[in-house]
Design a protein around this ligand. Structure first.
Ligand code: BTN
Length: 241
């Protein structure tokens, strides 16, 4: 497993998906690679959704060797790193985190993170941020916004560099101090901690109080029947009307 992250960087005008393009650079062991594209023609999101890839927004992937059993933690490290990068650009902006890995700007989704397994021990973290444009998504399950909507000025390459700075530091922290310190930091910015949330997955719905996340990055929900552990799903803060 790589202990030092010395990233090799490649950028493209257009690719299908940076999560696919990056696989070309992970054919041998020990690589730490970042691929960014100005646009994607086949960007994909979680749960098989597509990810609209408008020019001016940020689309990139980072690939490195990582224990797949720890992937749940990586989702938190990605969203925390993105929040930290955005705070460097806009310290007073209303930026919060939503389990497992969404970053909310003024309560709306501004980014997406898709973790995929690569060849061998590689893991691929694909990140999209609405820098310039909030795509119009039909039947969107969340409100969507962009940095431009909140008058936050940056560029895709600048934001990616700030992300990679925080991300590398956080990966080192995971190795040296363990997940607890990162979980504490993540929870500082968690929306609705101690308040009601609704989790939906495959047509099922659970309601309860967001009680935290455990040492394996699983969501803990306090319900009248006790603490329920949620491994996957979409979190909502209010009923969909
Ligand atoms: C989500 O559904 O919230 C996750 C979206 C992830 C989008 C990014 S953009 C860069 C990378 N390439 C992809 O095809 N998807 C991820």
């Amino acid at each position: 497993m790589a202990m030092n992250y010395e990233w090799k960087y490649f950028e493209f005008k257009e690719v299908g998906s940076t999560n696919d393009k990056i696989r070309e650079y992970c054919q041998s062991e020990g690589q730490c690679v970042v691929v960014r594209a100005d646009t994607q023609t086949a960007g994909r999101g979680r749960w098989g959704r597509s990810w609209q890839s408008e020019a001016g927004n940020l689309f990139f992937s980072a690939a490195f060797e990582f224990d797949i059993k720890e992937a749940g933690k990586l989702a938190f490290i990605c969203s925390l790193s993105l929040l930290q990068a955005l705070k460097k650009i806009a310290p007073s902006a209303d930026i919060l985190l939503k389990w497992p890995n969404d970053v909310l700007l003024n309560g709306a989704k501004v980014s997406g993170i898709l973790l995929e397994k690569g060849e061998g021990n590689y893991i691929i973290a694909g990140i999209g941020v609405n820098v310039a444009v909030a795509p119009k998504v039909e039947n969107a399950v969340y409100k969507i916004t962009s940095l431009a909507d909140a008058a936050i000025k940056t560029t895709a390459p600048e934001l990616m560099l700030l992300f990679m700075e925080s991300f590398s530091q956080n990966l080192s922290l995971l190795q040296t101090k363990g997940f607890a310190v990162l979980r504490t930091e993540w929870l500082k910015y968690a929306k609705n901690l101690g308040k009601e949330i609704i989790v939906r997955q495959n047509g099922k719905e659970w309601k309860g109080v967001f009680a935290g996340i455990d040492e394996d990055a699983v969501l803990l929900m306090q319900t009248p029947a006790g603490v329920r552990k949620i491994l996957a799903g979409d979190v909502f803060f209010e009923e969909i009307k």
